[in-house]
Design a protein. Sequence first.
Length: 299
Amino acid sequence: MARETLPKLAWICSGLLLGVLQPSPAQASLPADASVPGGVALIPLGPVAPDAGRPRAWLGERQVLIAAEKGRWVAVVGLALDIAPGTHRLRVQMTSETSGQAAGRAVENTRLLPFEVHAKDYPVQRITLKDSSKVQLSASDLARVEGELATLQRLKQHWRDTEDTDTDFILPAQGRQTGRFGVRRFFNGEPRSPHAGFDIAVARGVAVKANARGQVLSVDDYFFNGKTVLVDHGNGLISMYCHLDRSTVEAGEVVAKGQRIGFSGMSGRATGPHLHWSVILNGALVNPDLFVARSGQAR
């Protein structure tokens, strides 16, 4: 049963694992455009107009983040690692006010906007764990993991309306970046889910910081993830920090960008101390690197 269940844990980090408020349209620093599985598609929706509200958009049943950049609305769409390459459609709802005799009445128009998702081939990584109980789970451990998966899936779908979402991320810790996003992994020779985040190699006890302002969504301790903090940045954008030694925040707490939220460790399934960092956008785990500007490199 463990062999049948574990590959489904795609988004557990170590197991791999608006109606929106009327905006004051601040200019966003958007993530890099990468319309591939595990990437982010930036889809222009039209100019920001004084007689029109913020558009709303959905990919399937999931509402997506809308941001303003250079006087235009842009849908910032998270693409899951298992999304099929090809043509997909974004459902877009635009609201405007009528003029003339019916002035001031809101009119909604809905359209389907096609966009392409391109194929991407991720590399393979083979990992050996001395503790085989983290690969072949006992019945009790499997039951725990399945319960935790249900909790994490619920958290991943969380949506909180905000007028402005900070998508200009900083790295949550300074260290060598090791396990890359999307890598297809084998634990002790057995295939497991892709790595839906990336790892930063740091010693135990290094400060882990919020990559952007937000509100702590959850603080918990998981079988695979270990001690984990999730921060909600609003409008379907969430960051997750795993394998912590301990956390320094509580659920519901508002945090600033760069504020310490915990200390690195190796709790859960880990071969050594490190931070695993995941980013969730409209319910999809996407490449965190797309949100971080590098020195001398534009996103």
